[in-house]
Design a binder for this molecule. Structure first.
Ligand SMILES: CC(C)(COP(=O)(O)OP(=O)(O)OC[C@H]1O[C@@H](n2cnc3c(N)ncnc32)[C@H](O)[C@@H]1OP(=O)(O)O)[C@@H](O)C(=O)NCCC(=O)NCCS
Length: 210
């Protein structure tokens, strides 16, 4: 069945949050709960610092990619604009797992770990729905984000990936991303990858699928 890649909008926030929880089980942001993820994806839809795309098929969202031109600033916006909605879910998560406090503090230092460069966007989340993986949706969304970055005047896309997520590591390396550094956060090892937007990389022509 054909899918279409369209711009990420506020009405996609709920399903994007669900895809995040399903695609990133056991990760820190997912552990903060559905209310937190919903607020995060609503903020990303409204923020001038963010943009993204969804793959839509028969009016259903089957994949999402979101990213930012300054992820540290997006988290600050989230706290300033939606902090009142985050207090209860975050407190609940800390009460259940006190070690979350350390993870929250580490999140504040995330930008200093990835060391974003001028002219770079960060792909924050990419997922296709589990029953639609391996059909090119991830590839189409990835390259839509790269093209969106280029159109906004950026020259490089970066992203971090947990090394234990072997499928995602392989996926990003297959798109032509270069490993820049490894860093530790949340007790795990992550890799920071970048892709210069030269348009010599394979696959950038595919933004619509079937
Ligand atoms: C990584 C991810 C976005 C890829 O999305 P996708 O829609 O499966 O991507 P594609 O179909 O374009 O490519 C997937 C690759 O796996 C292969 N594949 C085949 N069957 C597959 C299956 N059942 N499931 C996943 N991948 C499969 C594809 O052939 C392709 O390989 P290739 O690059 O050698 O051609 C997806 O696995 C996902 O949503 N994972 C969970 C969330 C996540 O970890 N995101 C990344 C965080 S950095």
């Amino acid at each position: 069945m054909a899918y279409e890649i369209i711009a990420y909008q506020p009405e996609h926030a709920a399903v994007a949050a669900e895809l995040h929880a399903a695609g990133q089980p056991g990760t820190f942001l997912t552990s903060l709960g559905p209310a937190f993820l919903r607020a995060l994806y609503e903020q990303m839809a409204e923020s001038a610092l963010c943009f993204g795309y969804v793959a839509v098929e028969s009016a259903e969202v089957v994949g999402v990619v979101t990213g930012a031109v300054d992820s540290g600033a997006v988290f600050k916006e989230l706290v300033l604009k939606r902090g009142h909605r985050l207090i209860l879910p975050v407190l609940g998560s800390v009460v259940r797992r006190p070690a979350q406090i350390a993870r929250i503090v580490q999140t504040l230092f995330y930008p200093s770990q990835i060391k974003p460069e001028p002219g770079e966007t960060e792909m924050l989340f990419l997922s296709s729905r589990e029953d639609r993986r391996g059909q090119g949706i991830g590839h189409a969304l990835y390259w839509a984000f790269c093209e969106g970055s280029r159109q906004r005047g950026y020259s490089q896309v970066g992203l971090s990936v947990d090394v234990s997520n072997a499928h995602a590591v392989r996926f990003h390396e297959r798109q032509g991303m270069h490993l820049v550094r490894e860093f530790r956060i949340y007790g795990r090892t992550f890799r920071w990858y970048v892709l210069p937007l030269t348009w010599e990389s394979p696959g950038h022509e595919t933004h619509q699928g079937s």
